[in-house]
Design a binder for this molecule. Structure first.
Ligand SMILES: [Zn+2]
Length: 323
């Protein structure tokens, strides 16, 4: 079976391993049985909504409040991805969620970059870039955007808008994203995760090169046509969508109709720990429910590399390694 090699939609906090959580708790003089950690971060089967899903981030956020923790988490994630055979990943996180103990957003970012760089140097088979998330309803987004501008090309590859979609309309972030666009910082936006096709349209109009999830587009012929026309990359996260009940049955996931229509769709994990998934598992679920072939999975990895926020020459090198 085809082994996925690229993940463009992966949250650092939601992919924090249980062993690193244990280690970080211990540094704070705390212990927590593995079972308890497991229950705190894993999405339960009876999860009913995105809001409930987002509660799984509380413990990871609690422990990711020091420079050591950010560096360790970033290193550990890139190391695991390299061992799983990935050649490229874009890891996203919101620096403003890691300032509870007094770190500045820039200190948070610098530590994370250190972890990624060290892992890349220890595992040269993988390249990884960071996406800085602004948060829906967040009160420190301007600072995040300034950091994205300052560090783009230097550890950071782009930006994102994350959080509880719909709580604040996307257009409220117009100025923020126009500011990124002016400085040529590429970005993706979580849009259409909960089923609203209009959010996908708005994200594209706001200049997003990619959309996170994008499920809602299935409800609108016009929005799907727009995705094809603009070749906006859709970051599909199938296991996550099943858990948040955005899609009730894998066979009904829009990844298949999107792909068949010529939308540049990609396979992603969203949150490896909270969703208990890997790229491999995503492929198994997708292949099992929708009969994707190895050639089709390869096409989706090509879509991912073409949609990555890296220079063309780096894309060419990565494309060569897919075959
Ligand atoms: Zn996400």
């Amino acid at each position: 079976m085809y082994q996925g090699k690229v993940d463009l939609h992966l949250h650092l906090d939601g992919s924090l391993s249980e062993s690193v959580i244990t280690e970080l708790l211990a540094r704070d003089g705390r212990t927590m049985p593995l079972e308890e950690i497991h229950d705190a971060i894993r999405v339960p089967d009876h999860c009913t909504s995105l809001v409930e899903y987002l509660k799984r981030f509380e413990l990871p956020t609690q422990v990711l409040q020091t420079e050591y923790a950010m560096e360790r988490a970033a290193y550990d994630l890139v190391e695991r991805l390299a061992k799983l055979g990935l050649i490229y990943a874009e890891i996203r996180f919101a620096p403003q969620l890691h300032t509870r103990r007094g770190l500045s957003q820039e200190e948070v970012l610098k530590s994370t970059i250190r972890g990624v760089r060290q892992a890349q140097s220890d595992y040269p088979s993988i390249r990884a870039g960071l996406l800085l998330c602004s948060m829906i309803g967040g009160d420190a987004n301007e600072e995040t955007v300034e950091l994205a501008k300052k560090y783009v090309g230097n550890g950071v590859v782009g930006a994102d808008l994350a959080g509880a979609e719909g709580m604040v309309p996307i257009e409220a972030y117009y100025d923020l994203f126009r500011g990124l666009q002016r400085e040529n910082v590429p970005y993706t936006i979580h849009a259409g995760e909960c089923g609203d096709p209009e959010n996908v349209r708005k994200a594209i109009e706001l200049g997003a090169k990619r959309v996170g999830h994008g499920c809602g587009a299935i409800k609108s012929e016009a929005v799907m046509d727009l995705l094809v026309r603009t070749q906006t990359v859709v970051e599909a996260c199938v296991v996550s969508n099943l858990q948040t009940k955005v899609v009730l049955d894998a066979k009904d996931h829009p990844i298949r109709p999107f792909f068949d229509r010529g939308i540049a769709v990609t396979v992603n994990t969203d949150n490896m720990s909270c969703s208990n998934t890997t790229l491999q598992r995503e492929h198994e679920v997708i292949a099992g429910a929708m009969g994707f072939t190895d050639e089709e999975f390869l096409r989706m990895d090509e879509n991912a590399i073409n949609g990555a926020f890296i220079p063309e020459n780096e894309k060419k090198e990565l494309l060569k390694r897919l075959a």
